[in-house]
Structure formats: C-alpha cells, structure tokens
Ligand binder design. Structure first.
Ligand code: SF4
Length: 64
C-alpha cells in the first residue's frame, strides 16, 4: 500500500473503533488515551478505509 495514514490526535476521541477494525495498523495509546498508527502498511487498504469511514471524529486521514 502506498498510501500514508495518519490520525489527527487533537480530534481523536479515543473510541477505539479503528483499533477494533484494523488492529495491525492502529493501536490504542493508554498514555494519551488516543489511537495512533503503528504500521500503515500492514492492514491493507480496505481495512484502513473502513476504519477511516467509521471514525466518529473523522480524524483518520489517508493521503493518496
Ligand atoms: Fe480516534 Fe477515530 Fe480511532 Fe476513534 S476511530 S480511536 S476517534 S482515530
């Protein structure tokens, strides 16, 4: 996958939806109570897009 995935952590509300959908790409950071990207290449495009679409804060951004 050549896309870049990042989370706008200021907007993230820590719902963990992305972590549930795509656990190889996102992980929950207990220190910040927000999600973070661990490996943007390991989840597959569909998974990342689904996570981005499901994010209630719309803070998962995919750069084409
Ligand atoms: Fe944060 Fe969005 Fe992931 Fe929820 S789905 S933890 S708001 S990045």
């Amino acid at each position: 996958m050549s896309k870049k995935v990042h989370i706008d952590e200021d907007e993230c509300i820590g719902c963990e939806s992305c972590v549930e959908i795509c656990p190889d790409v996102f992980r929950f950071n207990d220190d910040t109570d927000k999600a973070e990207v661990i490996d943007e290449d390991s989840g597959g495009e569909e998974c990342v897009e689904e996570a981005a679409a499901s994010c209630p804060a719309e803070c998962i951004h995919i750069d084409e």
